[in-house]
Ligand binder design. Structure first.
Ligand code: FES
Ligand SMILES: [Fe+2]
Length: 456
Protein backbone atom coordinates (compact mmCIF):
# COMPACT_ATOMS: atom_id res chain seq x y z
CA UNK A 1 0.00 0.00 0.00
CA UNK A 2 1.35 3.45 -0.80
CA UNK A 3 0.84 6.67 1.13
CA UNK A 4 -0.10 9.13 -1.63
CA UNK A 5 1.41 12.11 0.19
CA UNK A 6 4.77 10.33 0.57
CA UNK A 7 5.18 8.11 -2.49
CA UNK A 8 3.59 7.55 -5.87
CA UNK A 9 3.20 4.33 -7.84
CA UNK A 10 2.20 6.17 -11.00
CA UNK A 11 4.72 6.57 -13.81
CA UNK A 12 5.63 10.19 -14.53
CA UNK A 13 3.74 10.91 -11.32
CA UNK A 14 6.13 13.43 -9.77
CA UNK A 15 3.22 15.86 -9.46
CA UNK A 16 1.76 13.74 -6.67
CA UNK A 17 4.82 14.46 -4.53
CA UNK A 18 4.73 18.24 -4.84
CA UNK A 19 3.72 18.94 -1.25
CA UNK A 20 6.63 19.60 1.10
CA UNK A 21 6.84 17.29 4.10
CA UNK A 22 8.43 17.97 7.47
CA UNK A 23 11.56 16.38 8.85
CA UNK A 24 11.37 14.12 11.89
CA UNK A 25 11.53 17.06 14.30
CA UNK A 26 11.84 15.14 17.58
CA UNK A 27 14.71 13.06 16.18
CA UNK A 28 16.71 15.68 14.30
CA UNK A 29 16.48 19.06 16.09
CA UNK A 30 19.18 19.70 18.64
CA UNK A 31 18.56 23.17 20.03
CA UNK A 32 17.76 23.82 23.69
CA UNK A 33 14.17 22.78 24.53
CA UNK A 34 13.98 20.28 21.63
CA UNK A 35 13.49 16.62 22.68
CA UNK A 36 16.60 15.46 20.82
CA UNK A 37 18.51 18.52 21.99
CA UNK A 38 17.77 17.62 25.60
CA UNK A 39 18.82 14.00 24.97
CA UNK A 40 22.09 15.12 23.35
CA UNK A 41 22.77 17.15 26.47
CA UNK A 42 23.28 13.94 28.46
CA UNK A 43 26.59 13.05 26.75
CA UNK A 44 30.16 14.27 26.40
CA UNK A 45 30.89 15.48 22.86
CA UNK A 46 34.08 16.74 21.25
CA UNK A 47 33.59 20.44 20.53
CA UNK A 48 37.02 21.68 19.40
CA UNK A 49 40.55 20.67 18.54
CA UNK A 50 43.17 21.89 20.97
CA UNK A 51 45.13 23.30 18.01
CA UNK A 52 42.33 25.89 17.65
CA UNK A 53 43.15 27.33 21.07
CA UNK A 54 45.72 30.10 20.75
CA UNK A 55 46.01 33.77 21.67
CA UNK A 56 42.44 34.64 20.75
CA UNK A 57 39.12 33.22 22.02
CA UNK A 58 37.38 31.10 19.37
CA UNK A 59 33.66 31.47 18.63
CA UNK A 60 32.01 28.07 18.14
CA UNK A 61 28.45 26.85 17.88
CA UNK A 62 27.39 23.54 19.46
CA UNK A 63 23.85 22.10 19.80
CA UNK A 64 22.47 25.38 18.48
CA UNK A 65 24.19 27.47 21.19
CA UNK A 66 26.66 30.26 20.45
CA UNK A 67 29.74 29.74 22.61
CA UNK A 68 33.32 30.87 22.97
CA UNK A 69 36.24 28.57 23.80
CA UNK A 70 39.72 29.57 24.95
CA UNK A 71 42.69 28.46 27.03
CA UNK A 72 43.47 31.00 29.74
CA UNK A 73 47.03 32.00 30.61
CA UNK A 74 47.10 29.49 33.47
CA UNK A 75 46.49 26.75 30.87
CA UNK A 76 42.87 25.95 31.76
CA UNK A 77 40.29 25.66 28.98
CA UNK A 78 37.02 27.59 29.26
CA UNK A 79 33.79 27.06 27.31
CA UNK A 80 31.38 29.94 27.92
CA UNK A 81 28.19 31.31 26.45
CA UNK A 82 29.39 33.67 23.76
CA UNK A 83 27.52 36.81 24.78
CA UNK A 84 28.66 38.70 27.85
CA UNK A 85 26.36 38.60 30.87
CA UNK A 86 26.53 42.40 31.14
CA UNK A 87 25.31 43.84 27.83
CA UNK A 88 25.95 40.93 25.48
CA UNK A 89 29.06 41.89 23.54
CA UNK A 90 30.57 38.75 22.08
CA UNK A 91 33.40 37.34 24.16
CA UNK A 92 35.20 36.36 20.95
CA UNK A 93 36.58 39.93 21.24
CA UNK A 94 37.54 39.38 24.87
CA UNK A 95 41.05 39.40 26.32
CA UNK A 96 42.40 36.12 27.64
CA UNK A 97 43.78 36.60 31.16
CA UNK A 98 45.66 34.59 33.76
CA UNK A 99 42.27 33.47 35.08
CA UNK A 100 39.56 33.35 32.46
CA UNK A 101 38.59 36.04 30.01
CA UNK A 102 37.78 39.78 30.17
CA UNK A 103 35.03 41.32 28.04
CA UNK A 104 36.25 44.08 25.71
CA UNK A 105 33.21 46.35 26.25
CA UNK A 106 33.19 47.21 30.00
CA UNK A 107 35.86 44.89 31.32
CA UNK A 108 33.89 42.25 33.19
CA UNK A 109 36.09 39.23 33.86
CA UNK A 110 34.80 35.65 33.81
CA UNK A 111 36.49 32.55 35.13
CA UNK A 112 36.27 29.25 33.19
CA UNK A 113 33.51 28.01 35.51
CA UNK A 114 31.34 31.10 34.87
CA UNK A 115 32.24 32.92 38.09
CA UNK A 116 32.40 36.68 37.61
CA UNK A 117 35.78 37.73 38.99
CA UNK A 118 35.70 41.47 38.32
CA UNK A 119 33.24 44.23 37.36
CA UNK A 120 35.71 47.16 37.25
CA UNK A 121 33.21 49.89 36.35
CA UNK A 122 31.00 49.15 39.35
CA UNK A 123 31.50 50.67 42.81
CA UNK A 124 33.79 48.73 45.14
CA UNK A 125 30.83 47.66 47.28
CA UNK A 126 28.91 46.24 44.28
CA UNK A 127 27.69 42.66 44.78
CA UNK A 128 26.72 42.04 41.14
CA UNK A 129 29.46 39.49 40.69
CA UNK A 130 28.24 37.46 43.66
CA UNK A 131 24.67 37.29 42.41
CA UNK A 132 25.03 35.63 39.03
CA UNK A 133 27.24 33.26 37.10
CA UNK A 134 27.94 33.46 33.40
CA UNK A 135 26.87 30.36 31.42
CA UNK A 136 29.76 27.86 31.36
CA UNK A 137 30.24 24.17 30.58
CA UNK A 138 32.75 21.62 31.90
CA UNK A 139 35.39 20.47 29.43
CA UNK A 140 37.96 17.70 29.22
CA UNK A 141 41.03 17.88 26.99
CA UNK A 142 42.09 14.51 25.62
CA UNK A 143 44.68 13.71 22.93
CA UNK A 144 44.20 16.87 20.91
CA UNK A 145 40.42 17.13 21.25
CA UNK A 146 38.35 19.14 23.72
CA UNK A 147 35.19 17.43 24.97
CA UNK A 148 32.31 19.23 26.68
CA UNK A 149 29.23 18.26 28.64
CA UNK A 150 26.34 20.69 28.11
CA UNK A 151 23.60 19.01 30.13
CA UNK A 152 22.18 19.40 33.64
CA UNK A 153 25.12 19.62 36.08
CA UNK A 154 23.60 17.02 38.42
CA UNK A 155 23.33 14.46 35.60
CA UNK A 156 26.90 14.76 34.30
CA UNK A 157 28.37 11.31 33.56
CA UNK A 158 32.07 10.76 34.15
CA UNK A 159 34.17 11.25 31.03
CA UNK A 160 34.28 7.76 29.48
CA UNK A 161 37.66 6.23 28.68
CA UNK A 162 37.38 3.59 25.96
CA UNK A 163 39.89 0.80 25.38
CA UNK A 164 40.51 2.23 21.91
CA UNK A 165 41.89 5.44 23.45
CA UNK A 166 45.06 3.56 24.45
CA UNK A 167 45.87 0.70 22.07
CA UNK A 168 49.48 -0.49 22.12
CA UNK A 169 51.31 0.61 18.98
CA UNK A 170 48.61 3.07 17.85
CA UNK A 171 49.46 6.70 17.21
CA UNK A 172 46.26 8.77 17.31
CA UNK A 173 46.04 11.97 15.28
CA UNK A 174 43.00 14.22 15.80
CA UNK A 175 40.94 15.67 12.97
CA UNK A 176 37.73 17.61 12.39
CA UNK A 177 35.57 18.15 9.30
CA UNK A 178 32.45 20.26 8.75
CA UNK A 179 29.32 19.03 6.98
CA UNK A 180 26.51 21.44 6.07
CA UNK A 181 23.69 19.09 7.06
CA UNK A 182 21.86 17.61 10.01
CA UNK A 183 24.01 15.43 12.30
CA UNK A 184 21.85 12.33 11.83
CA UNK A 185 22.63 11.95 8.12
CA UNK A 186 26.35 11.74 8.80
CA UNK A 187 25.87 9.49 11.80
CA UNK A 188 23.56 7.05 9.99
CA UNK A 189 26.24 6.45 7.39
CA UNK A 190 28.19 4.59 10.09
CA UNK A 191 25.26 2.19 10.59
CA UNK A 192 24.93 1.44 6.85
CA UNK A 193 27.45 -1.24 5.84
CA UNK A 194 25.76 -1.74 2.47
CA UNK A 195 26.68 1.67 1.09
CA UNK A 196 30.30 0.47 0.88
CA UNK A 197 29.30 -2.08 -1.77
CA UNK A 198 27.97 0.61 -4.08
CA UNK A 199 29.37 4.05 -3.17
CA UNK A 200 32.87 2.71 -2.51
CA UNK A 201 32.81 -0.09 -5.08
CA UNK A 202 30.34 -1.07 -7.75
CA UNK A 203 29.10 2.41 -8.76
CA UNK A 204 32.23 4.53 -8.41
CA UNK A 205 35.03 1.97 -8.45
CA UNK A 206 37.11 0.95 -5.41
CA UNK A 207 37.84 3.95 -3.19
CA UNK A 208 39.72 2.33 -0.29
CA UNK A 209 42.96 0.40 -0.87
CA UNK A 210 42.84 -2.97 0.88
CA UNK A 211 39.03 -3.07 0.88
CA UNK A 212 38.43 -3.96 -2.77
CA UNK A 213 36.47 -7.03 -1.64
CA UNK A 214 33.74 -4.68 -0.40
CA UNK A 215 32.10 -4.92 -3.86
CA UNK A 216 30.49 -8.19 -2.70
CA UNK A 217 27.21 -7.94 -0.79
CA UNK A 218 28.01 -8.81 2.82
CA UNK A 219 26.29 -11.01 5.35
CA UNK A 220 25.52 -8.60 8.19
CA UNK A 221 24.71 -9.24 11.85
CA UNK A 222 23.67 -6.53 14.32
CA UNK A 223 24.15 -6.93 18.07
CA UNK A 224 22.23 -4.63 20.40
CA UNK A 225 24.12 -3.29 23.40
CA UNK A 226 22.81 -0.99 26.17
CA UNK A 227 25.09 1.79 24.93
CA UNK A 228 24.42 1.28 21.21
CA UNK A 229 25.33 -1.38 18.67
CA UNK A 230 28.08 -3.66 17.51
CA UNK A 231 27.66 -5.02 14.03
CA UNK A 232 29.71 -7.11 11.68
CA UNK A 233 29.73 -7.61 7.92
CA UNK A 234 31.32 -10.65 6.38
CA UNK A 235 32.49 -11.58 2.87
CA UNK A 236 34.34 -14.52 1.37
CA UNK A 237 37.58 -14.45 -0.62
CA UNK A 238 38.71 -17.96 -1.56
CA UNK A 239 38.86 -19.99 1.63
CA UNK A 240 39.02 -16.87 3.84
CA UNK A 241 36.02 -15.17 5.41
CA UNK A 242 36.65 -11.54 6.32
CA UNK A 243 34.61 -10.12 9.19
CA UNK A 244 34.68 -6.42 9.93
CA UNK A 245 33.24 -5.33 13.29
CA UNK A 246 31.94 -1.81 13.93
CA UNK A 247 30.96 0.04 17.09
CA UNK A 248 28.19 2.60 17.24
CA UNK A 249 27.78 4.10 20.69
CA UNK A 250 24.72 6.32 20.73
CA UNK A 251 24.21 9.07 19.99
CA UNK A 252 27.00 9.41 17.40
CA UNK A 253 30.31 7.78 18.36
CA UNK A 254 31.52 5.17 15.87
CA UNK A 255 34.54 2.98 15.13
CA UNK A 256 35.23 0.78 12.15
CA UNK A 257 37.89 -1.70 11.08
CA UNK A 258 41.41 -1.31 9.80
CA UNK A 259 42.65 0.99 7.05
CA UNK A 260 45.19 0.28 4.30
CA UNK A 261 45.47 -3.36 5.39
CA UNK A 262 46.30 -6.47 3.40
CA UNK A 263 43.78 -9.09 4.47
CA UNK A 264 45.46 -12.07 2.82
CA UNK A 265 45.47 -14.50 5.73
CA UNK A 266 43.82 -15.25 9.07
CA UNK A 267 43.78 -12.44 11.60
CA UNK A 268 42.47 -12.24 15.16
CA UNK A 269 40.79 -9.21 16.72
CA UNK A 270 42.30 -6.46 14.57
CA UNK A 271 41.61 -3.05 16.06
CA UNK A 272 40.04 0.10 14.73
CA UNK A 273 41.71 2.68 12.52
CA UNK A 274 39.21 5.42 13.32
CA UNK A 275 37.41 6.72 16.43
CA UNK A 276 34.90 9.43 15.56
CA UNK A 277 31.94 11.47 16.75
CA UNK A 278 29.45 13.60 14.86
CA UNK A 279 28.89 16.73 16.94
CA UNK A 280 25.77 18.72 16.03
CA UNK A 281 26.59 22.39 15.46
CA UNK A 282 22.91 23.19 14.96
CA UNK A 283 20.02 21.60 13.07
CA UNK A 284 21.65 21.98 9.64
CA UNK A 285 25.38 21.79 10.36
CA UNK A 286 27.52 19.14 11.98
CA UNK A 287 31.20 18.60 12.62
CA UNK A 288 33.04 15.31 12.66
CA UNK A 289 35.70 15.06 15.37
CA UNK A 290 37.87 12.04 15.84
CA UNK A 291 41.24 10.37 15.74
CA UNK A 292 42.90 8.43 12.93
CA UNK A 293 44.77 5.54 14.52
CA UNK A 294 48.06 4.90 12.74
CA UNK A 295 49.37 1.42 13.29
CA UNK A 296 52.48 0.14 11.50
CA UNK A 297 51.62 -3.49 12.23
CA UNK A 298 48.24 -3.44 10.43
CA UNK A 299 48.58 -0.66 7.85
CA UNK A 300 51.03 -2.66 5.78
CA UNK A 301 50.07 -0.95 2.51
CA UNK A 302 51.73 2.20 3.92
CA UNK A 303 49.21 4.49 2.22
CA UNK A 304 48.19 6.36 5.35
CA UNK A 305 49.37 9.98 5.56
CA UNK A 306 49.78 11.53 8.99
CA UNK A 307 50.24 14.98 7.46
CA UNK A 308 46.86 14.58 5.76
CA UNK A 309 44.99 14.40 9.09
CA UNK A 310 43.90 17.51 11.02
CA UNK A 311 41.60 20.52 10.68
CA UNK A 312 39.32 19.93 7.69
CA UNK A 313 41.30 16.95 6.47
CA UNK A 314 41.67 13.21 6.88
CA UNK A 315 43.74 10.80 4.82
CA UNK A 316 41.10 8.62 3.20
CA UNK A 317 38.77 9.05 0.30
CA UNK A 318 35.84 11.41 0.00
CA UNK A 319 35.43 12.75 3.54
CA UNK A 320 35.46 16.53 2.91
CA UNK A 321 34.20 19.30 0.64
CA UNK A 322 37.78 20.05 -0.32
CA UNK A 323 38.06 18.15 -3.58
CA UNK A 324 37.55 19.66 -7.02
CA UNK A 325 33.97 19.79 -8.26
CA UNK A 326 34.98 17.48 -11.11
CA UNK A 327 36.37 14.89 -8.68
CA UNK A 328 33.35 15.11 -6.44
CA UNK A 329 30.92 14.70 -9.33
CA UNK A 330 32.84 11.90 -11.03
CA UNK A 331 33.45 9.87 -7.89
CA UNK A 332 31.33 11.03 -4.95
CA UNK A 333 32.35 9.83 -1.49
CA UNK A 334 30.76 9.62 1.94
CA UNK A 335 30.72 13.42 2.35
CA UNK A 336 28.68 13.90 -0.84
CA UNK A 337 26.32 11.09 0.21
CA UNK A 338 25.28 12.54 3.55
CA UNK A 339 25.36 16.25 2.68
CA UNK A 340 23.39 15.87 -0.56
CA UNK A 341 20.44 14.41 1.33
CA UNK A 342 19.73 18.09 2.08
CA UNK A 343 20.02 20.34 5.14
CA UNK A 344 17.69 17.97 7.03
CA UNK A 345 16.64 14.71 5.42
CA UNK A 346 12.88 14.14 5.09
CA UNK A 347 12.36 10.61 6.39
CA UNK A 348 8.77 10.54 5.19
CA UNK A 349 10.05 10.65 1.61
CA UNK A 350 12.38 7.67 2.09
CA UNK A 351 11.45 4.12 1.16
CA UNK A 352 13.63 1.88 3.30
CA UNK A 353 14.70 -1.58 2.15
CA UNK A 354 16.38 -4.62 3.67
CA UNK A 355 19.79 -2.94 3.49
CA UNK A 356 18.59 -0.25 5.90
CA UNK A 357 18.25 -2.43 8.98
CA UNK A 358 21.14 -0.66 10.71
CA UNK A 359 19.65 2.79 10.05
CA UNK A 360 16.26 1.60 11.33
CA UNK A 361 17.80 0.12 14.47
CA UNK A 362 19.65 3.35 15.15
CA UNK A 363 16.58 5.56 14.69
CA UNK A 364 14.49 3.27 16.88
CA UNK A 365 17.03 3.35 19.72
CA UNK A 366 17.51 7.11 19.46
CA UNK A 367 13.74 7.70 19.60
CA UNK A 368 13.41 5.38 22.59
CA UNK A 369 16.22 7.14 24.45
CA UNK A 370 14.88 10.60 23.54
CA UNK A 371 11.50 9.59 24.99
CA UNK A 372 13.21 8.22 28.10
CA UNK A 373 14.91 11.58 28.71
CA UNK A 374 11.57 13.34 28.15
CA UNK A 375 10.09 11.16 30.91
CA UNK A 376 12.97 12.02 33.24
CA UNK A 377 14.63 8.61 32.92
CA UNK A 378 18.37 7.95 32.62
CA UNK A 379 19.96 6.65 29.40
CA UNK A 380 22.91 4.27 29.11
CA UNK A 381 26.37 5.76 28.80
CA UNK A 382 29.66 4.04 28.20
CA UNK A 383 31.43 3.84 31.56
CA UNK A 384 35.19 3.42 31.57
CA UNK A 385 38.33 4.65 33.29
CA UNK A 386 42.07 4.45 32.55
CA UNK A 387 42.26 1.38 34.82
CA UNK A 388 39.09 -0.22 33.56
CA UNK A 389 38.26 1.11 30.08
CA UNK A 390 34.96 0.61 28.28
CA UNK A 391 35.41 -2.22 25.79
CA UNK A 392 34.89 -1.71 22.07
CA UNK A 393 35.15 -4.15 19.19
CA UNK A 394 35.75 -2.22 15.94
CA UNK A 395 38.26 -4.11 13.78
CA UNK A 396 38.78 -7.13 11.56
CA UNK A 397 38.91 -10.86 12.12
CA UNK A 398 39.70 -13.19 9.21
CA UNK A 399 39.21 -16.96 9.43
CA UNK A 400 40.19 -19.75 7.05
CA UNK A 401 36.94 -21.67 6.59
CA UNK A 402 36.27 -23.66 3.39
CA UNK A 403 33.17 -22.69 1.44
CA UNK A 404 29.94 -24.47 2.27
CA UNK A 405 28.51 -24.95 -1.21
CA UNK A 406 25.03 -25.66 0.14
CA UNK A 407 24.70 -22.53 2.33
CA UNK A 408 27.78 -20.35 2.51
CA UNK A 409 25.85 -17.31 3.72
CA UNK A 410 24.54 -19.46 6.56
CA UNK A 411 28.10 -20.49 7.39
CA UNK A 412 29.24 -16.85 7.46
CA UNK A 413 26.24 -15.83 9.55
CA UNK A 414 26.98 -18.55 12.08
CA UNK A 415 30.70 -17.72 12.13
CA UNK A 416 30.02 -14.03 12.78
CA UNK A 417 27.63 -14.78 15.61
CA UNK A 418 30.14 -17.14 17.20
CA UNK A 419 33.01 -14.68 16.88
CA UNK A 420 30.82 -11.93 18.37
CA UNK A 421 29.89 -14.25 21.24
CA UNK A 422 33.60 -14.91 21.81
CA UNK A 423 34.42 -11.17 21.63
CA UNK A 424 31.81 -10.44 24.29
CA UNK A 425 32.92 -13.37 26.47
CA UNK A 426 36.43 -11.91 26.36
CA UNK A 427 35.22 -8.74 28.10
CA UNK A 428 36.54 -10.15 31.37
CA UNK A 429 40.12 -9.68 30.06
CA UNK A 430 42.23 -6.70 29.02
CA UNK A 431 44.63 -6.14 26.12
CA UNK A 432 46.89 -9.14 25.29
CA UNK A 433 44.94 -11.49 27.59
CA UNK A 434 41.78 -10.49 25.76
CA UNK A 435 43.24 -11.24 22.33
CA UNK A 436 44.75 -14.54 23.58
CA UNK A 437 41.37 -15.61 24.94
CA UNK A 438 39.66 -14.74 21.63
CA UNK A 439 42.26 -16.69 19.62
CA UNK A 440 41.98 -19.66 21.98
CA UNK A 441 38.18 -19.73 21.77
CA UNK A 442 38.21 -19.34 17.96
CA UNK A 443 40.56 -22.34 17.69
CA UNK A 444 38.37 -24.31 20.07
CA UNK A 445 35.21 -23.55 18.10
CA UNK A 446 36.44 -23.54 14.48
CA UNK A 447 39.57 -25.73 14.69
CA UNK A 448 43.28 -24.81 14.52
CA UNK A 449 43.21 -24.53 10.73
CA UNK A 450 40.88 -21.48 10.96
CA UNK A 451 43.83 -19.45 12.26
CA UNK A 452 46.74 -21.19 10.54
CA UNK A 453 49.27 -18.53 9.60
CA UNK A 454 47.63 -15.79 11.70
CA UNK A 455 50.06 -13.10 12.81
CA UNK A 456 50.28 -12.50 16.55
S1 FES B 1 29.08 43.91 27.58
FE1 FES B 1 30.66 42.79 28.51
S2 FES B 1 31.35 44.01 30.12
FE2 FES B 1 29.73 45.14 29.24
FE1 LIG C 1 31.56 5.08 3.55
Amino acid sequence: MTDSTRWTNERFGGYHLRHPLEDDVDLTRVGPTQPCGEYMRRFWFPVAMTEQLGERPVPIRILGEDLVIFRDLSGVIGLLHRHCSHRRMSLEYGRIEQNGIRCAYHGWQFDVDGNILDTPGEPAESTIKDKICHGAYPVREFKGLVFAYMGPPDKKPSFPILDSFNIDGHEMIPYSIHSPCNWLQESENSMDPFHSVFLHGRVNGPQFPGLEHFVALPVVEYFKRPEGFVYSHCRRQGDLIMMRFHDHITPTMAQNGGMFQKLDGPKVFGRTSLTKWVTPIDDTNSRKFGWRHFNDADEVLRQGDKTGVGWEKVDFYGQTAHRTEKERLESPGDWEAWTSQGPINIHQREYLGTTDEGVSLLRTKLKKDIRAVQRGKAVSHPVGSEDSPFHTYGGDTVLRLPEDSSDDNGLMRHAQSEVARIYFAADQYEEDDRRDFIAHEIRKHFGDEALTGAKD
